[in-house]
Design a protein around this ligand. Sequence first.
Ligand code: BES
Ligand code: ZN
Length: 852
Amino acid sequence: MDIFTFTSSAWNVRKKAETTIIWTFCTTICDATKSITLNALDITLGKVELDINGEILQPSNISYSTDNETATLTFVQELPADASGVLNISFAGELNDKMKGFYRSKYFTPGGEERYAGVTQFEATDARRCFPCWDEPAIKATFDITLVVPQDRVALSNMPEVQEENIENNLRRIRFDRTPIMSTYLVAVVVGEYDHVEGKSEDGVIVRVFTPIGKKEQGLFALEVATKVLPYYKSYFNIAYPLPKMDLIAISDFSAGAMENWGLVTYRETFVLVDPKNTSLMRKQSIALTVGHEIAHQWFGNLVTMEWWTHLWLNEGYASFVEFLCVNHLFPEYDIWTQFVTDMYTRALELDSLKNSHPIEVPVGHPCEIDEIFDEISYNKGASVIRMLHDYIGEKDFRKGMNIYLTRHQYKNTFTEDLWAALQEASSKPVAKVMSTWIKLKGFPVVSVESIQKGDNQRVLKLTQNKFTADGSAPDGDYTWVIPVNISTSRDPNKIAKTFLLDQKSMEVVLDDVSADDWVKINPGTVGFYRTRYSKEMLEKLLPAVRDMVLPPLDRLGLIDDMFAMVQAGQASTAEVLKLIDSYRNETNYTVWTAITNSLANLHILISHTDLMEHFNRYGEKLYRPVAESLGWEVREGENHLDTLLRSLVLSRLVSFRCKDVIAEAQTRFHAHADGSNPIPADLRSACYKAVLQDGDEKIFNEMLQLYRTTDLHEEQDRISRALGCIGNVDLLRKVIDFAMSGEVRAQDSVFVIVAVAVNPKGRDMAWEFFKDNNQKLLQQYQGSFLLTRLIKYLIENFASEERAVEVENYFKQNQFPGTERTVSQAVETIRLNANWLKRDLDSLTSYLKSQ
Ligand code: BES
Ligand code: ZN
């Protein structure tokens, strides 16, 4: 495909886009053929003409394959090899409600009138729902886009407009500049009513943020991030952003979080809009990460694109790494690299320890297989192994290699190996050898360490690697990773004492200057993508360093996460790890508390299947109370970002542990909030909402709905509707599900409300029954969307018995949900892990909790 022209006036709110779309492309025929096959789905071709050197040919037949998502044009005469031609196609498609392809998105005018915008979302394989094309990332073309829209609508596309004229019927024709050569999945148009704020980056790129009418101030934060990050990336990659403008736009109906269309990045409202009075710091932080992520794709993905979806991780893993570079640069006070470990890294380890995980690089063909790999392996593990590589070759060579890679492959497509080659060239280190094990192998290693003191001054370590398995079973094969290992010691906890490659099963290393009293920590900074199992003596030496916080935060965090995983795998007992947690009572670091919280959340699921809840709550209360008391309820003047995050974390934990005085305080604050006399700061609202809801009655439920209905901030609606899931009363919970499906909640959000019900032990069975009763409706709404995958995962993975595992397994054998197969297997595996864990540890857990 060379040039591609697309004219559309299908912005219309009618569902069938009646207006003809004319599409022209120039191409060269390689081999003589009688037929041309293009991708097309849910569109109907009208007049088709092929112009080869002035000779006009019309196909004798047009046939469609829904399975292959194609249309085939058959000609009577053979089209000669090497001929160049222009194909003109008129066609009509549907402006659908599926949040993919070319779809309509509902919004309300400030006066409350319901209207629709026309929006595109093409990744991964939905450009073909908008226009016929060769819809593969490696088939790049330039695009000339023209839109015909009502005169009072904003019309945007990847490039700036170059010509516009008013035409009949109050319409306006807008021609956009030709795009650079690019993949179809990055093409975009938006037509609707928007306000915007505008700025210019230091390096001359025009940046605009489009918001709903009347809310342009809410675009200022994203504008600041975007204008600052463009020059930062320019200097980081040493390549300028190639387009003259960069638009960011908030779309009211949006399935994913954000999409990196070249020059026109689309966002869910909650992933871009900041209302200073009502946006939580957590949300703001995640908006900064999201903007950083999508803009990173402008280089990594848009300028250089993966050859095929098998290499998706190149896009997503890499952008998920770079978003942290961006936020670290713009907001050093967020300490974002520490948060990387709980946000990305530990979540990747958790999923990747399952038998039903997959290698980062995975063969995919059909669109539903492609959709399924937008998961924690491509994103979180991808980002984590890049971080490990960055650490291994160092910042300077990493940047140099990135520049080689991006310059060498710009406007083209790549395989994973092309990235290794560039980084290897820059660093002179064996990048391909080290990295290929992490990309091609499923799972990750656990490194077991034993140590022997030699004389006063030397420690001999023996390290052995094995594949880590979530259930502690023997691995299904012999795996050896090439692991860059770092070691630190108590001589200087912040310095790397030794670094080497563990590229065999087992190895001995000698540490100098280590006395018998010194501790030794493997994987300082929790950078390597592996777990560590210490001998008993080594672990015991580390505990005082945890207690005194001499061990750096990322090491305290890694230790607890590894320990918990060993417990789940049956290699340590739950009571043992709870004792370890005792060493964290003085903890002050937000991210370490997040790690503890995540681990306890897994335990909470188990406990919810027992009668130990009350004991567990008391245990939790005792653990979190000191830190909550030191923070108090009020933000202190000039307090740091992480303390604000920590306060909302611990208060919401104490609410869930049913801590009486905290709940009472939250209730008081809620009443002052609801009557408007004293609004709760956004960071504490979730905790307060949950405090009143978990034991709340119908009156509170209605009061919450009232709050939902009066806010026009999407973030606030999310906060309220998700808090509803923690209601304790089963009849009310049923009403929450009805509300989620009522149409009052957008389809993009209902899934999360149902998930909130499903993760509440009281709603677990109800949500699962609801799913089974409504499977066709849900399938129709969400098929091929990761929203369906999410929903299924959370509905089932918190069960904890073999009977449930069998039931769920059979259900999904009898009922097909294409594109969710792997998720179902993973969740069923998790149910069995829960069941075994519970069986194994119930007795010791009972006696430990009762003794507290
Ligand atoms: N390219 C994706 C958007 C996407 C996701 C398209 C799934 C098709 C299917 C985009 O760059 C992305 O990764 N978005 C994330 C948010 C981001 C901050 C991690 C998302 O939508 O969750
Ligand atoms: Zn992405």
